[in-house]
Ligand binder design. Structure first.
Ligand code: ZN
Length: 106
C-alpha cells in the first residue's frame, strides 16, 4: 500500500510554503502493525502522535506533511499540528480548475 503525504519546504514566514504531493510504499500489512511499530516506521505524527493509518482519506487535519524537524531531519507532522501548512494546502487546492463537467447521460 502507499502512504501519501505532502512534502513541505522549510517554512519561511515571508513566502508561502512550497507543497509537493508525494508518496512512499509501505508493506501491505502496515494497517495491522502495532502502534509502536507504526511509530518507528514514521506512520504517526512526530508531534502529537496521530496515527496516519487510522485517518487515511477521512480527516483533512490528518493530512501528513513532511517537514524539517528540530534536528534538521525530515519528519511527518499532521495538519492539526501544522495549521499554516494545512491552510496553504487548502488554498492551493482551491485554485485548481474545475474538473471537466460530466457528459449528460443520453
Ligand atoms: Zn499532529
Amino acid at each position: 500500500m502507499y502512504f501519501a503525504y505532502i512534502r513541505a519546504s522549510t517554512t519561511d514566514v515571508r513566502n508561502p510554503p512550497e507543497l509537493e504531493p508525494a508518496c512512499r510504499e509501505v508493506p501491505d500489512d502496515a494497517r495491522r502493525w502495532s502502534r509502536r511499530r507504526a511509530k518507528r516506521a514514521r506512520l504517526t505524527c512526530a508531534r502529537c502522535g496521530l496515527d496516519f493509518r487510522r485517518h487515511i482519506g477521512s480527516d483533512p487535519a490528518a493530512v501528513a506533511f513532511e517537514v524539517t524537524g528540530p534536528d534538521t531531519l525530515p519528519r511527518f507532522e499532521c495538519g492539526g499540528c501544522q495549521p499554516d501548512l494545512l491552510a496553504a494546502l487548502t488554498a492551493a487546492v482551491a485554485t485548481l480548475p474545475e474538473p471537466l463537467p460530466r457528459e449528460a447521460s443520453a
